[in-house]
Design a protein around this ligand. Structure first.
Ligand code: C2E
Ligand code: CA
Ligand code: CA
Ligand code: CA
Length: 275
């Protein structure tokens, strides 16, 4: 931290300063990176309790920076959104993801996270649609996850983009559902077919009766609106049992598998088939 003559810290606490430095470092490293080789796609299973098998995988970005080492996606995506690199990163990750999916069994779906910046640019959306078309993958197997913060800056533009994606036959999922302020108002404004219940509702599930009521309410809401529900961040058998009792259908969390390297997917499915 900056110090006065008497040695008192001013302006920033050390913690703030560290964060600000690292944002700058991340920004610099991101601009200098060879993103094609440094960015990787990890995949985390989503389990279908109704069909009792893996439904698909969510693609999650990993960046092993040549200069900084591994940087968390939360951090580098946020920096990339500020610097404008996010649209390029989305293209690279989506192309890599779709390439991986071409070697999967055809019943499997893939979920891909979009940033609000992707939705705000009609050109980016066109590029996304082109990648889907060029991949030859049935668009019905591809889901795009969007958060409500992604849409806040311009809901009309977001809606136009989402409608174009839906028109191609891809599904849309509302991510981190319940964690924001306006989740419900987006539901009827947008062609979403799925909601992902935020992990923050699962964490207190075993201790707090109101958390389980909230999850049950969202599941019921989804059912009455004909929306699928994914519960995210399920780690324990105890949590899973409660969710089964609520007739939750889709589960994503460490209980079924952590995000894994692409080459882990087929062995994971083979182990599931043997189980
Ligand atoms: P998200 O989309 O909500 O992804 C779920 C996050 O929860 C992932 O963190 C996943 O590893 C973690 N998770 C899943 N199951 C469990 C569990 O049982 N316990 C715990 N403690 N955590 C669990 P990750 O991979 O670090 O990603 C963090 C966030 O970064 C994502 O949150 C998403 O907002 C963003 N992100 C990741 N990849 C991409 C990407 O390709 N594009 C964009 N735009 N954002 C991405
Ligand atoms: Ca997500
Ligand atoms: Ca989420
Ligand atoms: Ca999240």
């Amino acid at each position: 931290a900056k110090k006065t003559a008497r040695g008192e810290a001013i302006l920033f606490t050390p913690r703030h300063e560290r964060e600000m430095q690292s944002m700058g470092q991340v920004d610099q490293a991101l601009r200098a990176a060879d993103l094609e080789t440094e960015l990787q796609v990890f995949l985390q299973p989503q389990f279908d309790l109704e069909l009792n098998r893996t439904y698909g995988f969510e693609a999650l970005a990993r960046w092993n920076s040549a200069t900084l080492g591994p940087v968390s996606p939360e951090q580098f995506i946020r920096v990339a959104e500020t610097s404008g690199l996010i649209r390029k990163i989305t293209q690279i990750l989506l192309r890599k993801t779709l390439h991986l999916v071409t070697s999967w069994p055809e019943h499997l779906h893939v979920s891909f996270n979009l940033s609000g910046h992707d939705l705000m640019s009609p050109v980016s959306v066109s590029d996304i649609l082109d990648l889907v078309k060029q991949s030859g993958i049935d668009p019905a197997r591809i889901e795009f996850e969007i958060t409500e913060t992604a849409m806040m800056s311009d809901i009309d533009q977001a809606r136009r983009s989402i409608e174009r994606i839906a028109a191609l036959g891809c599904r849309l999922a509302l991510d981190d559902f319940g964690s924001g302020y306006s989740s419900f108002s987006y539901l009827h404004q947008l062609p979403v077919s799925k909601i992902k219940i935020d992990r923050s509702f699962v964490v207190p599930l075993l201790k707090d009766a109101s958390a389980s009521k909230i999850i049950q309410t969202i599941i019921n809401l989804g059912r009455s609106l004909d929306l699928d529900c994914v519960v995210e961040g399920v780690e324990s058998i105890a949590e899973l049992d409660i969710l089964k009792g609520m007739h939750a259908r889709f589960i994503q969390g460490y209980i079924f598998g952590k995000p894994m390297e692409a080459k882990g997917v087929l062995p994971y499915l083979a182990a599931e088939a043997r189980a």
